[in-house]
Design a protein around this ligand. Structure first.
Ligand code: ACO
Length: 320
């Protein structure tokens, strides 16, 4: 017995911001952004919140799965941009969709958030601690960007993706997850600093900092290794895999991973051109787009892989 994804859903904010739109408010260009990253536009929130996007993606995933909110007994949300420190985004989603029987909590693994949440849901399901899980990746990254720092803010977007997961005979067959906290500061965003009667504090909140070249080196070495381990764990070979649904950070990372795996880049679907990098949300949004386009047939072998802040990485092999 394992766990299977039985439905997917996603939500992108209404407002599209193209590279040309950005070039009107900062010193950048469509040529610089698209040639280095593959990103052409992203969606940014106006009225939407992290919880509202997550709830909408969840409703769409439930509808796609033919599962009612009442049946859901576990909600795990991967996010670093919840609207509140407490309640968690998962608890907000629970209330918004009426999943009153669910245990709900958030998990912080940055761009690996959906993969860590999926593997946690799998563990709950296999331990009979839950029967039907909603696994969500959601980010409002635009609120933790320094919009005066053109080297980071142009890369990211907002959105949510969700999957319904249940026990089944086929589904997840290989997993590889890991963390390297010693390299955490190459991609970091500070939280509130100490603030009490004993400590003088500068109350300004910090924004996202990234050493892009270090992140690139980490991704192109760790991701192919992780995919090899997960595929081996599943008892498969790289050639058995129909699609590789990777975290959508940068087209160059994806091309390099494809090259290192000796796989055609055509097997790596892309959403970063119209979404940008949405951290924990990018893998489930991509999966939902593949599902909605009819690219996935029952029995297909698929790899999903997330990687980023922490540093963290997580790869799953699944049979659709
Ligand atoms: N528009 C125009 N010029 C820019 C911009 C911009 N938006 N941003 C930076 N520049 C300039 C810099 O100021 C610099 O100019 P200088 O040479 O006069 O000093 C020049 O472009 C080169 O800057 P670098 O930061 O060295 O750019 P690099 O070629 O390394 O590309 C990039 C940056 C695309 C982020 C690259 O490092 C990369 O691909 N990193 C991979 C990591 C990544 O994609 N992270 C995403 C998030 S992390 C994750 O999800 C895992």
């Amino acid at each position: 017995m394992t766990s299977r994804i039985v439905g997917t859903g996603s939500y992108l904010p209404e407002t599209v911001v193209t590279n040309d739109d950005l070039s009107k408010i900062m010193d950048t260009s469509d040529e610089w952004i698209s040639s280095r990253t593959g990103i052409r536009e992203r969606r940014l929130v106006k009225e939407e919140t992290t919880a509202s996007m997550a709830a909408e993606a969840a409703k769409r995933a439930l509808e796609n799965a033919g599962v009612s909110a009442d049946e859901i007994d576990l909600i795990i949300v991967g996010t670093i941009t919840g609207d509140y420190v407490t309640p968690s985004t998962a608890c907000e989603v629970q209330a918004a969709i009426g999943a009153e029987h669910a245990l709900a909590f958030d998990l912080n693994a940055a761009c690996s958030g959906f993969m860590f949440a999926l593997s946690s849901a799998h563990a709950y399901l296999q331990a009979n601690l839950a029967n039907a899980a909603l696994v969500i990746g959601v980010e409002t990254l635009s609120k933790i960007m320094d919009w005066n720092d053109r080297s980071t803010c142009v890369l990211f977007g907002d959105g949510a993706g969700a999957a319904v997961v249940k026990r089944d005979e086929v589904g997840l067959s290989g997993l590889d997850l890991g963390s390297d906290g010693a390299k955490g500061m190459v991609l970091a965003c500070p939280n509130r600093t100490n603030n009490n009667p004993l400590v003088q504090t500068d109350k300004a909140l910090g924004y996202t900092y990234m050493d892009g070249q270090e992140v690139y080196k980490f991704a192109v070495t760790t991701v192919p290794e992780s995919i090899h381990k997960a595929v081996e764990h599943a008892g498969l070979e790289i050639g058995d895999i129909k699609y590789f649904a990777l975290h959508q950070a940068n087209i160059r990372i994806i091309q390099s991973v494809a090259k290192r795996l000796k796989v055609s880049v055509d097997k790596f679907p892309i959403s970063l051109d119209h979404c940008g990098n949405i951290s924990a949300a990018s893998v489930p949004i991509l999966l939902d787009e593949m599902n909605q386009k009819g690219m996935l047939e029952r029995g297909d072998k698929i790899v999903m892989s997330g990687f980023g802040g922490g540093l963290t990485w997580g790869t799953a092999v699944l049979t659709w």
